[in-house]
Design a protein around this ligand. Structure first.
Ligand SMILES: [Zn+2]
Length: 198
């Protein structure tokens, strides 16, 4: 447990929901989005699970409960709620959820970037070429369908990869997901333009 100086009474207390000295609400200092929402650090969380955890936590800081509180307490509950909302948004994004899991498990995202840079670049270039070569709605739709399937497969592979101790495969899948999402965006933009023309 980490200590915190209570912003209300300035006592050094353990970080928790309320100050053990003055009993007022303390600011959240937790940065791990999973712990923030009381969720297990796992990849296979659904959006529904994350939303339910968020609502449960937000209820603790509901403004109605603090209608008569002082302004500092009101400021803290607003900030705490904002932190919870941000954590939920982060976890609902599969790539960000995966990146946070890698960080929590001690995988250095920056130091490992060069390792797979080459392979990712080649795969990414290949998809980019396919996108550039697809000049009809039909060709774009086939390509989009293929990318969507790859994204789905990537998600399943990622769920398995995060069960393992070696996180290198999981990291590669995260990087792959990033470029697949970019490719999806590019092909969707292209399709949109093709539909505009006619
Ligand atoms: Zn206090």
């Amino acid at each position: 447990m980490s200590g915190i100086v209570c912003p209300h009474c300035e006592a050094l207390v353990l970080s928790s929901y309320k100050c053990s000295n003055c009993t007022k609400v303390l600011p959240i200092i937790e940065t791990n989005p999973f712990s923030l929402l009381g969720l297990p650090a796992a990849f296979g969380l659904t959006k529904v699970t994350i939303q339910e955890a968020l609502i449960k936590k937000l209820l603790i800081y509901h403004p109605d409960k603090f209608a008569l509180a002082d302004s500092l307490t009101k400021k803290i509950i607003t900030e705490n709620s904002a932190l919870l909302n941000t954590a939920a948004r982060t976890l609902k994004d599969e790539v960000k959820r995966a990146e946070n899991l890698l960080l929590i498990r001690g995988f250095d995202l920056n130091n490992n970037q060069d390792l797979i840079h080459q392979q990712v670049l080649l795969d990414s270039l290949e998809i980019q070429e396919q996108i550039e070569g697809a000049n009809t709605k039909g060709a774009c739709e086939v390509l989009l369908d293929c990318i969507l399937k790859q994204l789905e497969y990537n998600y399943q592979e990622m769920a398995v990869a995060f069960e393992k101790t070696d996180l290198n495969p999981a990291y590669k899948l995260v990087v792959k997901r990033n470029f697949l999402l970019r490719a999806k965006c590019n092909i969707e933009n292209k399709l949109e333009k093709l539909y505009e023309v006619i």
